[in-house]
Each structure stands twice: as C-alpha cells, then as structure tokens.
Write a protein that binds this ligand. Sequence first.
Ligand code: TRP
Length: 447
Amino acid sequence: MGERAKFATKLGIIATTVGSAVGLGNIWRFPYEAGMNGGGAFLIIYILCVLVLGIPVMCAEFIIGRRSKTDTVDAYRKLAPGSRWHYIGYLGILASVLILGYYMVISGWTLEYLFRALTGDLTGKTAAEFKAEQTAFIQSDFRPLLWTYIFLFINYLILSRGVQKGIEKMSNILMPLLFVILIVFCVRSLMLPGSDKGLAFFLHPDFSKITPQVIIRAMGQAFFSLSLGMGILVTYSSYFNTKTHLIKTASTVAILDTTVAILAGVIIFPAVFSYGLDPVAGPDLVFVTLPNIFNQMPISMLWSGLFFLLLTVAALTSTVSLFEVAVAFLINYMHMNRKKATRVMLLVVALLSTICSLSIGSWSHVRLFGKTIFDACDYFSAIILLPVSGLLISIFVGWVLKRNISREELTNRNKLHEPLFSAIFFCIKYIAPIIIILIFLSGFNII
Ligand code: TRP
C-alpha cells in the first residue's frame, strides 16, 4: 500500500476540519432549533455542551486517529487488538451513510434554490406562494432527485481527486469564501430597521422552555454540528502530521463552528423580525422565510443568490467529509482504489437519498416509528447514534487506552507543556460519559 495521505498545510488542516463541521447544521438547523427551543437559553446549553462534551470528545477522536493513522474501523483494531471496540468504527460508518442519505437531499434543495435565485425565480412572489412552491417542490418526485444526483456527482469529482488535491484544495478555497459571505450578510442584516428585536429574540434566554428533551436536542445538535461521533475526525486526524497541536485544533474548530452557528442566527432573526415574519417557522426558516425576506430587499437576486451559494458551499464541504469516512475504510480494508471506493459509496448513498427524498412525497405514507423515513434517518442518526458513539469513544480513550498514549498525542510527546491535558482527559474519562448518559436517561424519561 502507498504512503498514507496527509494534509499539506496547517491552513488545510483547519479548513478541512472546519469545513466538515460547518454545514447545514449551522445555518439551516441551529437557528430553527434555537428559535423553537428558548432562544438564548438554548444557546447557553448548547455552548456548555460544546465546551464540556464537544471539545473533549473531539480530542478523543483526534487521539485515536493520529495515533493509529488509519481508517475508523482499523484504528480500534490497531489500538486494542483482539477486542470488539472496532464496532464503534462500523457504527460510525452506519451513521455517516444514514446522515448522507437525507443530508444529500437537503443539499439538493439548496442547489435548486441557488438555481432559482440566479434565474430570478425567487422574486415577485407572496409569502403564501413561497410556501406553496417549496412544498410542491420537496414533495415532487423527479426534480429534487435530479439536484440530489447532481450534488452527488460534484462530491464524486472532489473525492476522487484524493485528500490533498481534492478535499484540502476545495476547503482552502471554499471556507474563506464562506466566511466572507457570512460577514457581508451579518452587516446587511444588522443594518435593517428593527433588527434589535430579532437579536433580543435570539439571545434573550427563556429558561421556561428548557425541558430534558430540549437538553437532549442541544446535545445532539452539538455532536452533529461538530461532526462528532462518526469517525470523521478519526479519519481526518489520521491525515494530520506529528506537529499538529490537537487541543488547539479542536478548540479552533469548536470556536469557529459555534461562531458560524451564532452568526447564522444573527443574520436570520433580525431579518425575520424586521419583515414581521414568524421566527418559530422551524425547518422552513431557510427555504421559505428567507427567500421571502430577500424578495422584499432591493437587489434581491444578489442576496438570495449569495445566500444559497453560502448554503451550498457549507453543505458540500460537509458531505465530502461524511463520504470520506467510508471511502477511507473501503480503500484500506477492501483494498479498493480511491475511484472505485468513491463510486461504490456514491451508489449506496444515491439509493438511500432516493428513498429519503421520495419519503417526503409519494412515499410519505411509509412510517418508521411514526416518522417519515427522512425524519427517522435524521432522528436516529443525529439524536441517538452520534451521542451513543461519542459515549463509547470517550469510554474507549478514557478507560481502555493507556493514559500515556493520550498524553503523548495531546502534548505532542511532551513537547508542549500542556496544563490543559489533565483537564481535557478528566472530561473525556468522567464528565463526558456521565453527562451523556444522564442526558439520555432524562431525555427518555427514565430518571
Ligand atoms: N457538521 C455538519 C453540519 O453541521 C454535518 C456533518 C458533517 C456531520 N460531518 C458529520 C455530522 C459527521 C455528524 C457527523 O452540518
């Protein structure tokens, strides 16, 4: 086997990891979760989850990945030979495929809206028309699938070029672009009359809305947004070099990811209030409420085009990372070459996305646990699988792996005098497992 792929530069390491983290989860999911679940109170719980669960679990994944320098199944085989811990790796691959199934469909929608924005189709409509058109579009059979397949193909083009020339190069170009667009929008949104009401809604904590279910959602959102628990960060950190400062990288990624989520709220809510729309519009916020707002602004085509470009870019860097977990596994384990591994995954995901997309339209009568297949994939993977596998990962690093290995990785073999090491390790070993279990038990009404 050839030499293991590596990221070329420090910027590349941050850009790809942040690229994986920043996605639809930040811009599409976070604002509506916060909007429906207590605004600022949700934000506080979310930030706590990022600090005490997110950063430590991310460090744990980095330790596993950089130490073993292999895919997410083989990593556990190498670090704990003869044990069953590598099932965590399979769990991660399962979660990544399930997430890809519906994530691809939403990514397809963003392409459709980018197309509509650029062809001037998002102008001159009433709020009711926006809603009706969006519903008709996502429930139709053919058109969403077409865009999903186009998005899949773009993923293929990037993934088949490999780690440095494909994934890293894309992230180095697209991530700075994403930040520039975000800042432009922030300024625009805060200049709208009445934007302070929106900010107050988003940031004012309403603790009466906080229930155990809301806490479980905040935790799920944190895991989802930071791309944790699925082996992506194990896979990406296997491409890190020996000088990469793991704790610093984890903190940078967590801070940037949370900043983008908050900025998305700062962009969306002032605009919603300024135009007198409903802030609790849920998942429709981005595809119905926002086009409606842009429509009322001068040069609306520019704003809607730019916004859906932002969303497409965010989605693309995340789907590529989701794919890479399974692709790296197939290359290593099944000895496929990169092109073939990518093609195999493309087919599997195309099939699942087709089912997810149809489950909103013609197949909406098919129910799993009372949810459409689309919603079931989302709930089962993001709210259950990710925290469960995050729990197992922290137990593995905290209790199975020798403490010295974690110390060596987190301090780069004692080159960095890292007082933070003990604190992070304490969180990995005790805090993360206990809190994840408690949140689960209370979220499911067991305690
Ligand atoms: N973090 C991405 C987002 O916020 C989604 C994502 C990419 C993800 N890779 C992941 C979620 C791995 C969980 C696990 O949209």
